[in-house]
Design a protein around this ligand. Structure first.
Ligand code: DGY
Length: 326
């Protein structure tokens, strides 16, 4: 029997790729960098499935370039703002993602960023490497305490709740703001966004990027934060207005930021944020553990294969495609 044709936009961990290769005739983009747009448009022609990464824009034009055989789009990420979901739904194409398996790994990293920024780990490392460590100093590299501080979580889904669980171990007071949840758990209390911004020592973002959350953290939001506050973003770069953040950090309106995601991404080497010492910037690596990336690969492969076989995707972000037509 003829195996379905799929385009896989990058090499993913072997456990997922092996399953894809076993079931499909797979065209796998071998580059370290994402396939250019034109390459995607050409390679998807006539495929049955696409396994995409968060770096690929999968919009209606890509779906049309694939043509009528396209049965499934499986995104190797929990976030899916790179896929035009409404366009997929309009064409009856289910879109899969990889929820759950990266929750703890991402929350671990968000907490690591919080601690690194609060305790100036990157500053200390730069200081040492520059040969500036001459003695122990009573005022040297003073940071902020984490134990007992107030953590504000914007978004209280799986990863936000993971942060609250971790914060319990540091006796932190935890506030959250999430219009979809009023379900206090792990010692966290729901508050409005204004109180969260005004009261938190650390503000950590855990919302998807949507039209509602785009630039949610703008000049106005930053102006309501404490001058000692630190912003942590492991969600999506577009949730923060980078220009406003640069201004807030440069003028000491807030004390620091630790970002795993930026807008644009990757951040250009000459971006003004990179001139500042009170910001830590990691290259979108919060889910980057060997085990988690392997689980994501297996999950993305399972979504792809289910879609190709006409089965319901184990993790589908647009289940409306399965709605019975009356
Ligand atoms: C995701 O899955 O959405 C993360 O940003 C990368 O793991």
């Amino acid at each position: 029997m003829k195996r379905p044709r799929v385009f896989v936009t990058r090499l993913i961990p072997g456990e997922g790729l092996a399953a894809v290769r076993a079931h499909c005739q797979a065209d796998i983009w071998p580059g370290e960098l994402p396939p250019p747009r034109q390459e995607i448009l050409q390679r998807v022609a006539g495929v049955d499935g696409i396994l995409s990464l968060l770096t690929d824009s999968i919009d209606g034009a890509v779906m049309d370039a694939a043509g009528p055989r396209l049965k499934v789009i499986s995104n190797y990420a929990v976030g899916f703002d790179n896929v035009h979901i409404a366009q997929a739904t309009a064409r009856g194409i289910p879109v899969g993602n990889t929820p759950g398996v990266l929750t703890d790994t991402t929350a671990d990293f968000a907490f690591a960023l919080l601690m690194a920024a609060a305790r100036r780990v990157a500053d200390g490392d730069r200081f040492t490497r520059a040969g500036r460590w001459k003695t122990w100093g009573p005022m040297l590299l003073l940071g902020q305490d984490i134990t007992g501080a107030t953590l504000g979580l914007i978004g209280f889904g799986r990863i936000g709740q993971g942060m609250a669980r971790r914060a319990q171990g540091f006796d932190m007071k935890v506030l959250y703001h999430d219009p979809d949840r009023q379900d206090d758990r792990f010692g966290a209390r729901a508050v409005d966004l204004d109180s969260l911004l005004r009261r938190s020592d650390f503000v950590s973002l855990h919302v998807p990027l949507t039209t509602e959350t785009h630039h949610l953290v703008n000049a106005n939001a930053l102006s309501r934060m404490k001058p000692t506050a630190i912003l942590i973003n492991t969600a999506r770069g577009g949730v923060v207005d980078s220009e406003a953040l640069y201004h807030a950090l440069k003028t000491d309106q807030i004390a620091g930021a630790a970002l795993d995601v930026t807008e644009p991404e990757p951040i250009p080497a000459d971006h003004p944020l990179l001139e500042l010492d009170n910001v830590i910037i990691a290259p979108h690596m919060a889910s980057a553990s060997v085990a988690t990336r392997g689980k994501m690969a297996r999950m993305a492969a399972a979504n792809l294969i289910a879609g190709l076989e006409g089965e319901r995707l184990p993790h589908c972000v647009n289940p409306q495609v399965y709605a019975e037509t009356p």
